[in-house]
Design a protein around this ligand. Structure first.
Ligand SMILES: [Cu+2]
Length: 238
């Protein structure tokens, strides 16, 4: 009886282990605290429908009414930190089986970040990392795991001043052979950029730009993949 119950509990725990959420951002190397300045989804499940509005900022992510907005100068280095559970432990931050790409987008809010739903052609890609080494099949996600769940990007200093959503995305491809299969882990942070420049960067819509047929979304990564093209086009570097 007890053993049977234990194995049911163990199976449930293993199931829950598979997923993760964005839990911290760091401002120029300073930890801003768990879930602060973030639109927090109800659980750690991935989004798999690329036509869903959940692709923008995860489930319940179309508003940040109760979320604070972090003020930062242009050119700030932002670190995103992901975890499977609501704690920093020795386990793989995002689970080693989740091989895939890491990307960061920004979108300027027409008014406040908290009231911005991120819909329309508003997102600019500022970071993308995918298959790093075809020989060893090392992925961007392997680096995130070895860095305790963290990856960083410098916000281009030519971005105009104003309030923004920062959208970090990890695309896990371990079951992406058919669609839906690719798992989109998404976290959005609210920031106010001070200073800045006058750039008008290229933009895409999320949802909108990603297609189920994209080679970076429906792909078999277990057949000696030699190159990988992440969805959403090129990185704009400022
Ligand atoms: Cu998972």
């Amino acid at each position: 009886m007890k053993l049977a119950l234990l194995s049911v509990l163990a199976a449930a725990a293993i199931g829950a282990h598979a997923h993760f959420t964005l839990q911290y951002i760091w401002d120029n190397g300073v930890d801003q605290g768990q879930n602060n300045f973030l639109r927090v989804p109800p659980n750690n499940n991935p989004v798999t429908d690329v036509t869903s509005k959940d692709l923008t900022c995860n489930v319940n992510g179309l508003s940040g009414a109760n979320v604070q907005t972090l003020s930062i100068p242009a050119g700030t280095n932002i670190t995103f930190e992901w975890h499977q559970h609501a704690q920093r432990t020795g386990e793989d931050a995002i689970s080693g089986g989740h091989k895939g790409a890491v990307q960061v987008y920004v979108a300027k809010a027409p008014s406040t970040a908290a009231s911005f739903d991120g819909q329309g052609t508003v997102w600019t890609k500022i970071y993308s990392s995918g298959l790093l080494n075809a020989q060893s099949q090392q992925w961007a996600t392997d680096v995130v795991n070895s860095n305790g769940g963290k990856h960083s990007v410098v916000l281009p200093s030519s971005l105009p001043a104003g309030e923004y959503l920062l959208r970090a995305e990890i695309i896990a491809l371990h079951v992406a052979q058919s669609y839906p299969g690719a798992q989109f882990y998404i976290g959005c942070a609210q920031v106010k950029i001070t200073g800045g420049g006058s750039a008008n960067p290229p933009k895409i819509a999320l949802p909108g730009a990603y297609k189920s047929s994209d080679p970076g979304i429906t792909v078999n990564i277990y057949n000696n993949l030699q190159s990988y093209t992440a969805p959403g086009g090129a990185v704009w570097s400022g």
